[in-house]
Design a protein around this ligand. Structure first.
Ligand code: CP
Ligand code: NVA
Length: 326
């Protein structure tokens, strides 16, 4: 949270395209701001002194979204600013004009840009070109805002992060990548059980392993869901088929059949084990309704925390460091 001098670092102007763009200290700094905003908002559904008065956000969404879009847009409103949603159809990046030209225009209109697209390289290029913060709202490679909310939720639910064990059962995908990078940096043991052929990106595995080694976490990767969940505090499920992979859905349904998060798998972890899912869920596929709606579920707390954590992130990236909302 603090720099070596004891002062919090300013995150103003920074991008958040990959989960490792924020150091473990910086993640805790965002959590602190998010927790303050959450307490204030939960108490009265208003912020007495909205910290992002008249700030604006452009949101480029090439894929569907409920949680990410609404939490960014509502979050900006609650903080005193506003957000404009654009789709690839009306922006046409890479078709109507280059990503570089989109960046050059948007940076003169708004204070930050949020992007959801398939190729991670587009989000990276936008960040390299724009001189305002660019935030990744999901690419096929990462979902870093989700991971911030997930780890914030873990800390709320358990009162600590150090030494917790999270078992991710399913695809070594975007959600897993970002979760591993954030959680390993906070001292969590992250385990993945994936079917053969659905391994995470080796570069992410290396980066998360390094973060774990430096921060007391651990990363374990295998194929056996029951071995992964044994002794776990939390079991994490995500869709078997991510957005953009729809043509593989039948094959994936067969490949992931043994990777359903259901009560019999949760029982291996024990009665206290909780369950997470980034949503949207495919009830009866990667997770059962019994687990999703039962006492183990942290799923809707996770979803609510998307709002609070992204507000914390926005305040850190585009707020006035002096805290002057004017
Ligand atoms: N979890 C998540 O990002 O949800 P949306 O796709 O609805 O934004
Ligand atoms: N892995 C999923 C997450 C959805 C929020 C996807 O990319 O579709």
């Amino acid at each position: 949270m603090n720099s070596a001098s004891g002062q919090p670092r300013s995150l103003r102007g920074r991008d958040f395209v990959g989960a490792a763009d924020l150091s473990p200290d910086e993640v805790r700094q965002v959590f602190l701001t998010a927790a303050t905003l959450k307490a204030e908002f939960t108490a009265g559904r208003r912020h007495a002194h909205p910290p992002l008065l008249r700030r604006s956000l452009a949101m480029l969404f090439e894929r569907p979204s409920l949680r990410t879009r609404v939490t960014f847009e509502a979050g900006m409103l609650q903080l005193g600013g506003g957000a404009i949603q654009l789709t690839s159809g009306n922006v046409g990046w890479g078709v109507r004009e280059s990503v570089a030209d989109v960046a050059r225009n948007l940076q003169s209109f708004v204070d930050a840009i949020v992007i959801r697209t398939g190729p991670h390289e587009i989000a990276e290029e936008l960040a390299a070109r724009a001189d305002v913060p660019v935030i990744n709202a999901l690419t096929l490679h990462e979902h870093p805002c989700q991971a911030l909310a997930d780890v914030f939720t873990l800390r709320e639910a358990h009162g600590r992060l150090d030494g917790l064990i999270v078992a991710f059962v399913g695809d070594g995908n975007n959600v897993f990548h970002s979760l591993a990078l954030v959680a390993c940096g906070q001292g969590v043991e992250v385990r993945l059980a994936h079917p053969p052929g659905y391994a995470p990106d080796p570069a992410v595995v290396t980066a998360a392993t390094d973060l774990a080694a430096a921060n007391g976490g651990r990363l374990l990767i295998g194929h056996d869901p029951r071995a992964a969940v044994e002794g776990a505090d939390v079991i994490y499920a995500d869709a078997w088929t991510s957005m953009g992979q729809e043509s593989e859905a039948d094959r994936r349904r067969a490949d992931f059949a043994a990777y359903q998060v259901n009560e019999s798998l949760c029982a291996v972890a024990g009665t206290a084990a909780r369950v997470m899912h980034c949503l949207p869920a495919h009830r009866g596929e990667e997770i059962t309704s019994e687990v999703m709606d039962g006492p183990r579920s942290l799923i809707f707390q996770q979803s609510e925390n998307r709002l609070h954590v992204q507000k914390g992130l926005l305040v850190e990236l585009i707020g006035d460091p002096a805290g002057d909302a004017a």
